[in-house]
Write a protein that binds this ligand. Structure first.
Ligand SMILES: O=C(O)[C@H](O)C(=O)CO
Ligand code: MG
Length: 264
């Protein structure tokens, strides 16, 4: 059975942020992730993890001005210094939270005919981050995000593009973050691509499509996909990263169903 984590930026929004840890643990999650930890004190986050016996599964490197619409700065040639400072900041938090995975958002790049500078910058930045994180035993993940609905202009919008960056970077501790929701929009054929990419996957996230809501609300057959991950012997975390339709707890039927079938 996959190890399920809850993304606290999207789930349990009924509670103030620091109360979401307890709510996730009470709902049966063993791990948590969120977009960014930087607005909170490391000590407060670490205390919540310890109090509720939760694993900090992952969070993102600083990704620029999120409110202003930025979605990562790793591919931006004029932001290299800021990217590198961000890696140090993320490492500080990762140490305090004993977090073994950090995700890098490549960023938006709208000039498709002139993408070379973005790719070169991204690959150099990935190498810089990977080399800093490797001695700490931390994996750097690179996420492919759909450019059709959620992030028009995102540089790495297919698994092939993300793998091109990962291969060009050439570091063993850089792996793919495979988000079922984004890949369903861009590529489909989820089970076959999971089979092919499994050795390169460092983290999985999910939401149903369309709508980015809980499993069962859309077109993805999650029991089949989760069983497929077991067959592939995928050992990583699988994180719920969706907008609950009618309250987080009310939308956890998929988790309860799944746990029940494992007990039968
Ligand atoms: O949107 C996603 O799928 C992400 O995982 C993320 O971290 C940035 O939005
Ligand atoms: Mg995601």
């Amino acid at each position: 059975m996959p190890r399920f984590a809850a993304n606290l930026s999207l789930l349990f929004n009924e509670y103030p942020f620091l109360d979401r840890f307890g709510a996730a643990a009470a709902a049966g999650f063993e791990g948590v992730e969120y977009l960014f930890p930087y607005a909170w004190r490391r000590e407060d986050l670490a205390e919540k993890l310890q109090q509720h016996r939760l694993t900090q599964v992952l969070f993102n490197l600083p990704a620029g001005d999120w409110e202003a619409g930025e979605r990562g700065i790793a591919c931006l040639p004029d932001r290299i210094e800021e990217f590198r400072e961000g890696v140090f900041q993320a490492l500080d938090y990762a140490r305090a939270l004993d977090c073994r995975r950090l995700n890098c958002l490549a960023g938006l790049w709208h000039d498709v005919d002139q993408a070379r500078p973005a790719w070169d910058t991204l690959v150099e930045n990935l190498r810089f981050a990977a080399d800093l994180l490797a001695p700490e035993g931390i994996t750097l993940t690179v996420e492919a995000i759909n450019s059709r609905v959620d992030m028009p202009g995102f540089l790495l919008d297919t698994s092939a593009r993300a793998m091109t960056a990962i291969n060009a970077c050439g570091r063993d501790n850089v792996l793919l973050q495979y988000d079922l929701y984004h890949m369903q929009i861009m590529e489909g054929d989820l089970c076959r691509s999971l089979s092919r990419l499994c050795p390169h996957i460092g983290h999985i996230q999910f939401a149903d499509n369309p709508g980015r809501h809980e499993p069962g609300s859309g077109e993805i057959h999650f029991p089949v996909v989760f069983a497929h991950l077991d067959r592939l012997d995928y050992q990583g975390w699988v994180s719920a990263e969706y907008h609950p339709l009618a309250g987080t707890e009310a939308g956890l039927g998929w988790l309860h169903d799944f746990k029940e079938t494992q007990c039968e």
